[in-house]
Design a protein around this ligand. Structure first.
Ligand code: ZN
Length: 481
């Protein structure tokens, strides 16, 4: 599936990301937002849209929305307006969704990300608004019937809309990954795509390279994993290029991505709704933010990933790539700094975290099983010549299983403490030289590259415990004699 992005076509993509906010209760009622509850158990007259029930905004959700807007550098508007978006769908019991339309909570932000094609690129955040989620249609519960679960109806959402800023499906994916990092760092959402807490719709169009007018765009929906973002957008781009090159046109329509077939297909016309008849929500007054909310939420923001990455490069002399790996999640970044603060040198600490630590976390539900102070001690044993790097890896694996411990004690128990005693290593050296008289003669007649062979034999005789710096020195002394 190579990208036929050549041929003089340019891809233009804009993204709308829906993010579930991390709150205990729903946007306009007190129902729980817990994922995975039995269907239709977290519901009440408000989120079921029963007559006479009145919504009341969730203060926590609004504060998290303000925090997100600040993290994305948006202007937060002191006054915004809730609106009704009217449409019929079985998972929308009220027949409308409460959202924000003409006067959103925040506008004009930006987010920098590392583009695989252009280096550091900046996406514009056109708007960020607050809304409520719809319920879920369940197609696999009963044969030949669709069931509806309304537990999700009314869960707090923010929608983050970018400009048409991305020039490739890969750029869209990198932006999304960066956005996810910012949302996680800020503590506003768990961003779990599997559970639907982060969902993406994309506007895709193509144009001839060098043109400035936008082509007709199609909307791609149903993208529910990071793996699929790039594939879905590439499939839609390829469909548009093929259509135009065959002399056809692009219709402005909604396409659904089918992950199994890796294709996009048009949504059935009757599923589309062109007129939402937005109007201001009559049951809710305009949202007027208490003035102290902005400074309060600003203070809740931690150092964000881009700033942290730059600081790691400057403070610890790491490459941008290494700093990007170490700051991809807040937990890993804090762990790395914990190792350095416990006394490890920044570079070996970075190598350990990017190597053994992340590999182990990857196999164990992202748990960082060896405490940072313990890893710093282990690194010190390697730096001090007590452990070879290979032996230290074994000790690390043992520490991970135990969830900590004393690295030196574990190393002793495993019998991998490096031997630096010249008498002991000298004995291994003598044994090796005695066992290989032919090689000794060849070495003495000038075949000095055999040194590597002798060192290897000494390491083998010592079961890897001989200090790898001392062994060649002692070998040279003996062979010169
Ligand atoms: Zn409710």
């Amino acid at each position: 599936m190579t990208a036929p992005a050549g041929g003089g076509w340019e891809t233009v993509i804009g993204l709308e990301t829906h993010v579930q906010l991390r709150t205990a209760s729903k946007m306009f009622c007190g129902c729980s937002t817990a994922f995975g509850a039995p269907p239709n158990t977290n519901v009440c007259p408000v989120c079921l849209g029963l007559p006479g029930a009145l919504p009341a905004p969730n203060e926590r959700a609004l504060k998290l929305a303000v925090r997100t807007a600040l993290a994305l550098g948006c202007t937060v508007h002191p006054r915004s307006v809730f609106a009704r978006k009217n449409y019929f769908y079985p998972d929308l019991p009220k027949g409308y969704q409460i959202t924000q339309y003409e006067q959103p909570l925040a506008t004009d932000g930006k987010l920098s990300y590392l583009s695989p094609d252009r280096g550091v690129a900046t996406a514009t955040i056109v708007r960020l608004h607050v809304e409520e989620d719809a319920g879920k249609s369940l197609h696999d519960r009963f044969p030949r019937a669709t069931a509806v679960d309304l537990n999700r109806a009314g869960v707090p959402l923010i929608e983050i809309v970018t400009g048409a800023d991305f020039r490739s499906p890969a750029e869209a994916r990198w932006y999304l990954q960066t956005l996810k990092q910012v949302l996680e760092y800020s503590g506003v959402s768990d961003c779990d795509m599997e559970k639907g807490s982060l969902r993406v719709d994309a506007n895709v169009s193509i144009r001839r390279a060098g043109e400035s007018a936008l082509g007709t765009k199609a909307e791609v929906k149903n993208i529910n994993s990071f793996t699929y973002v790039e594939k879905a957008l590439a499939a839609e781009r390829d469909r548009q290029i093929a259509a135009l090159e065959a002399g056809g046109t692009i219709a402005q329509q909604t396409m659904l991505y089918d992950a199994k077939e890796n294709t996009v297909r048009p949504q059935r016309a009757k599923e589309e709704s062109h007129d939402y008849r937005y109007f201001p929500e009559p049951d809710l007054p305009p949202l007027v933010l208490p003035p102290e909310w902005v400074p309060e939420q600003q203070a809740q923001l931690p150092e964000l990933p881009a700033t942290k990455r730059e600081r790691f490069v400057a403070q610890y002399a790491l490459s941008v790539q290494d700093a990007a790996v170490l700051t991809a999640s807040r937990g890993v970044a804090e762990y790395y700094e914990g190792v350095v603060h416990a006394g490890a040198e920044p570079k070996p600490a970075a190598n350990w975290v990017m190597g053994e630590v992340l590999a182990d976390a990857n196999d164990h539900q992202e748990q960082l099983r060896v405490p940072p102070g313990t890893l710093a001690q282990l690194i010190a044993l390697v730096q001090g010549g007590t452990l070879s790097h290979q032996a230290a890896k074994r000790v690390f694996a043992e520490l991970a299983v135990r969830g900590g411990g004393e690295p030196r004690t574990v190393a002793e128990a495993l019998g991998v403490i490096q031997v630096g005693d010249t008498n002991v290593i000298g004995q291994w050296v003598d044994d090796v030289l005695q066992a290989h008289p032919a090689e000794v003669t060849r070495y003495k007649s000038g075949e000095t590259k055999l040194m590597a062979f002798f060192v290897g034999q000494v390491m083998k005789a010592s079961k890897g415990k001989a200090d790898p710096k001392l062994a060649p020195r002692l070998l040279e002394e003996r062979l010169r004699a």
